[in-house]
Ligand binder design. Structure first.
Ligand SMILES: Nc1ncnc2c1ncn2[C@@H]1O[C@H](COP(=O)(O)OP(=O)(O)OP(=O)(O)O)[C@@H](O)[C@H]1O
Ligand SMILES: [Mg+2]
Length: 284
């Protein structure tokens, strides 16, 4: 086994929607245990890349490899079983379920549940159910003690920031090898962003690979080891945060000449690739 082998690899991925090319010949290697950020202006193809990795969309051409194996043809559920978990750009919880139930739906792999055991091995079934519930609680408490306390509340009663945390707990409940997060900081307060950042560091310290799309450049530059930049469906830069922030093409298309560090909080100043109101700057 080659330990340097990337945990995830995209090989010349292209995605067209009715002739429109959302992603073009995109190749990238994601090292195991790393935190990689995918950045770029709105419509650059970032979410499209995530949809191709997680199987929500099939590529027009190209391949997605997991630990060197081609998984391009696998349905999303099998990719989850292989350890690829994700959250979406917007909250996607079951609002009429409790927090705990939202996490439990992701715990299928825990214990020996199923109808067969429920009917013929009720003790094994109950034990499996207990294991699932304990696992769901431990995922909730790993993400946040406050979530653990609110486990029996309906998900839609929770404030937005807490709902996003439930999504993280649900992704963790699948025991991922790779956690794929589409704009996890969008809509969060400054305090919540700091908590998210330290949570992701804790995740990575446990050997889970993190790939995130983010418009909050402070968060990206302080957290990510590697940054990949997309623009109009094409990779225009890749490297360390320091390398990418000095790249003339990245500055021209996304970060701006004044530099994001000087961008006033809550505005899109210094980011000419973005429109007024886009989720870019650090939240107030
Ligand atoms: N299902 C679809 N059908 C047609 N066009 C699509 C579809 N999904 C995405 N696109 C287009 O592909 C392009 C890339 O979209 P994508 O969602 O990947 O961008 P993004 O980089 O995630 O942007 P944002 O930062 O706004 O989320 C956009 O022009 C978008 O309108
Ligand atoms: Mg997107």
């Amino acid at each position: 086994m080659n330990s340097d082998r990337p945990v995830l690899e995209a090989k010349e991925l292209t995605k067209q929607f009715s002739g429109f090319v959302a992603l073009k010949d995109f190749s990238v290697q994601i090292p195991k245990g790393s935190i990689t950020a995918v950045i770029g202006p709105n419509g650059a193809g970032k979410s499209t890349f995530f949809h191709l990795v997680t199987g929500l969309h099939a590529p027009t051409s190209g391949k997605v490899l997991h630990n060197g194996e081609d998984m391009t043809a696998l349905p999303p559920s099998q990719r989850v079983s292989r350890g690829i978990a994700r959250t979406f750009q917007g909250v996607r919880l079951f609002p009429a379920m409790t927090v705990l139930e939202n996490v439990l739906v992701a715990c299928r792999g825990q214990g020996r549940g199923g109808v067969g055991n429920a009917l013929f091995r009720p003790r094994a079934f109950r034990r499996a159910e207990r294991q699932r519930i304990e696992w769901a609680y431990s995922c909730l408490s790993f993400v946040s003690p406050s979530l653990y306390r609110r486990a029996n509340e309906l998900a839609f009663h929770l404030p937005y920031g807490e709902q996003r945390r439930v999504e993280l707990a649900r992704a963790l409940a699948t025991q991922p090898e790779v956690l794929i997060l589409d704009e996890p900081a969008a809509g969060l307060s400054q305090v919540e962003r700091k908590e998210l950042s330290s949570f992701l560091e804790r995740i990575a310290a446990r050997g889970i690979t993190v790939v995130l799309i983010e418009h909050d450049m402070r968060l990206v530059m302080s957290l990510a080891e590697r940054v990949v930049v997309l623009n109009h469906g094409v990779k225009i830069a890749e490297g360390s945060p320091a390398e990418v922030r000095q790249d003339p093409q990245v500055i021209a298309s996304y970060l701006g000449t004044s530099g994001f560090e000087q961008a006033p909080v809550g505005t899109v100043d210094g980011a000419p690739g973005l429109r007024e109101g886009d989720r870019y700057a650090v939240a107030p």
